[in-house]
Ligand binder design. Structure first.
Ligand code: C5J
Length: 222
């Protein structure tokens, strides 16, 4: 067993029953010139976490841990995109419209790919999710159950949207979840702070949070 001195108390897990879940590290959210930046967001905030995410991913791979990558992605015909999601807020660029890196949030488009720094390996799970949560309409729970996974370590973007939604879905399905604080980010720093606090509040009501170095210091990852 490994033990991390996390918030609000120790998180204990073993590698064989734990998966690393990397949420939506897609070019359109992270890279300059993509969808995120076209909405007026400062993508440098998000790209700043890439080195920390890379270090964790490399260590997790060396330890032969299960890796799950997600992408927020819709079918080309948008049959899995509810009109409420596409139209809300009357945005200038809607899901499915041509954007700076191909059609916005459509599977297979250049901007929808995971950034090269965190590109999935062939033996890793890659899920296209039509919702904010990784468990909605993806079969993820069944995949994790089939592999005996009981604990999840989360990284990715954005903290208060797809990361928090996925962690709450996982918590409701009985997984013990740890969020690596320096491996997640928001376009709105105050939302990240609030999301991290609300997840580990009330005795880890959603889960635990810690710094990536606390994971990397474990003998299994050195
Ligand atoms: C994610 C979003 N991945 N913010 N999406 O958080 O719309």
């Amino acid at each position: 067993m490994m033990r991390i001195d996390a918030h609000p108390f120790a998180f204990e897990f073993d590698r064989a029953h734990t998966a690393l879940v990397i949420i939506d590290m897609q070019r359109d959210f992270i890279e300059p010139g993509g969808f995120g930046e076209s909405l007026g967001n400062n993508v440098a905030l998000l790209s700043a976490i890439v080195p920390a995410c890379q270090a964790v991913l490399q260590a997790w791979r060396r330890a032969s841990g299960l890796v799950v990558h997600t992408r927020e992605a819709h079918c080309a015909d948008l049959s899995d995109c509810p009109p409420a999601k596409r139209n809300r807020g009357n945005p200038t660029l809607r899901i499915g419209d041509p954007g700076p890196m191909g059609r916005i949030l459509v599977a297979g488009e250049p901007g929808n790919q995971i950034i090269p720094e965190l590109a999935p390996h062939p033996d890793e799970i890659v899920l296209d999710k039509p919702g904010k949560g990784a468990f909605y309409a993806t079969g993820l729970h069944e995949m994790l159950q089939a592999r005996g996974i009981s604990h999840l370590i989360f990284m990715g973007v954005t903290t208060e949207v797809c990361v928090q939604t996925s962690m709450r879905e996982a918590n409701d399905r009985g997984y013990d979840c740890l969020l690596l604080e320096d491996c997640t980010e928001s376009y709105f720093p105050e939302f990240k702070t609030a999301a991290v606090e609300m997840m580990h509040a009330q005795g880890a009501i959603v889960g635990w949070t810690a710094q990536s170095r606390q994971l990397l210091e474990q003998p299994a990852f050195r």
